[in-house]
Design a protein around this ligand. Sequence first.
Ligand code: PLP
Length: 342
Amino acid sequence: MKPARSFASDNNAGVHSKILEAIAAANQGHVVGYGDDPYTAAAVRKFKQHFGSDIDVFMVFNGTAANTLGLKAMTESYQAVICTEAAHIYTDECGAPERFTGCKLIPIATTDGKLTVEMVRHAYHGIGDQHHVQPRVVSITQATEDGTVYKPKEVRDLARFAHQHNMLLHMDGARVANAAVSLGLSLRQATRDLGVDVLSFGGTKNGAMGAEAVIFFNREFCRDFLYVRKQGMQLASKMRFISAQFDALLTGDLWRKNAEHANRMATLLKKEVSRIRGIKIVYKVEANGVFAQIPRSAIARLQKRYFFYVWNEEELVVRWMCSFDTTEQDVKEFAQFVAETI
Ligand SMILES: Cc1ncc(COP(=O)(O)O)c(C=O)c1O
């Protein structure tokens, strides 16, 4: 029998019971559609409690949309977005950001998923040259696609450089909760206070059923966002059910507990598999993912029992993710199976 839970993705996990309860509780009677309902008002209030009252927040269905529409709001089609080569916006969104914004993405190779000011400086050129796209946004992912986490100073430095050069800082926060707990910061301290202009706030990977949001700390760019979201096909008619999920996630620190747990399980997984000869952990484990180089012969045999993604086929790096519902026993059983197989 296959195990109930695998390590393929935090998207493969189910939904936290408190989120399901919140959805059920919102399933009472009729309310106005498209966001003009008390559940959405309550969720927006929660966001404001966490991030400050002077923000604008818009619910969307998924992370690709949060990134794409957030970027769209900040750019003109002749501009460019600087990101890493591993960025979800560059590798995993089927060109949606390019299609909707019209912008060129400028991908930068990194060793750990993180941009530095030096890298951005190198990509920032052609300014004022009519033949050249104009860099307008620096987009970082926090926690990164490689399971690492930008330190506060690293984000602050990127924000400062961006702002000094007439650019904006976008954060893909599909796993921002994991990053914030890893840094021991509140959601606000990990984002807005570091200079982020627009945040894609992820709920789905942290126990929600399907709830993402675009948060504007810099409100200059959200003036037309209602129209951008609708034209982007992301205006939920029964928005109350997305909003109820955020209300639950942002209440009683559920966001923090879920992320803390997932991160702790990844640290445990790293400890367990590090002991196995033939395995090399390739990136620092700072959030809820473990990236390991393993023998080629083991991959297919492991995948028969536990589905997971090969991150880099040439270098035989695989990705193992933990989620809010991963148990210590899951980790131990998986590590034991890895040891036996290798
Ligand atoms: C870094 C990152 N950003 C965004 C997303 C959101 O993607 P989706 O459109 O599947 O919700 C994901 C999901 O895998 C991700 O890993």
